[in-house]
Design a protein around this ligand. Structure first.
Ligand code: MLT
Length: 209
């Protein structure tokens, strides 16, 4: 599966065990989120795949039927493919499998949320910008020990408030440690949002010891 994903890998600083799994939004690619990774956790290794679905030429991580209406069988299949990609990349690049944190924006945040719900244990945590509920899992995911930051925009036309709250509840019901931050913003980033996420990540490291 690793060969099927166009991706970037940037090694971490010596002695830094962290890896950020970068997941871009619709129309992004493996390079779009590199500046964000540098701002969030300089020194961490970076694994950045390009979504394999094309919507009018724009890369995405899974198909949708309309804005906010997802093709669930495709989402489930693509979540499995991405999980396998991560496992293979961890082996290929000799990464610490307990130190992979997803950083996703929009469509990338949605597949990261799906990874957490369908493949609990794969990720140590996740920073999700403008995520929504990707699907309602059949089983409650076992997420104790997993830390999740949801960073949402109050005026986001794509993610209703109640939907973001439901996502936080889904993670929380599985035992995840969830932080839900609201910003006076739409789907785009707010001023100060990245800095706050970087602080949250640093806090996560401290908790992990
Ligand atoms: C999605 O399709 O995942 C969401 O609508 C966000 C987007 O990519 O526009």
């Amino acid at each position: 599966m690793i060969e099927s994903f166009v991706h970037r890998f940037v090694p971490g600083a010596p002695g830094d065990p962290r890896t950020l799994l970068l997941l871009h939004g619709t129309g992004g690619n493996e390079d779009s989120m590199l500046p964000l990774a540098a701002a969030l956790a300089p020194g961490a290794a970076v694994l950045s795949p390009r979504g394999r679905v094309l919507e009018r030429g724009m890369p995405r991580f899974f198909r949708r039927l309309a804005e906010g209406v997802f093709d669930i069988p495709d989402l489930i299949a693509r979540t499995g493919e991405l999980a396998t990609f991560v496992e293979e990349a961890v082996a290929r690049y000799r990464l610490d499998s307990d130190a992979v944190t997803a950083v996703g924006f929009s469509n990338g945040a949605n597949i990261a949320a799906s990874l957490l719900l369908l493949r609990p244990g794969l990720l140590k945590g996740a920073v999700l910008f403008r995520a929504m509920v990707p699907l309602e899992p059949e089983q409650r995911p076992e997420l104790s020990g997993t830390r999740v930051l949801l960073s949402e925009g109050r005026f986001d036309p794509l993610v209703p408030l109640s939907n973001a709250e439901r996502l936080a509840e889904l993670f929380g019901s599985g035992g995840a440690n969830v932080t839900l931050n609201w910003w006076d913003a739409g789907h785009e980033f707010a001023r100060g949002e990245v800095e706050r996420a970087a602080e949250w990540l640093e806090g996560a490291e401290r908790v992990a010891g």
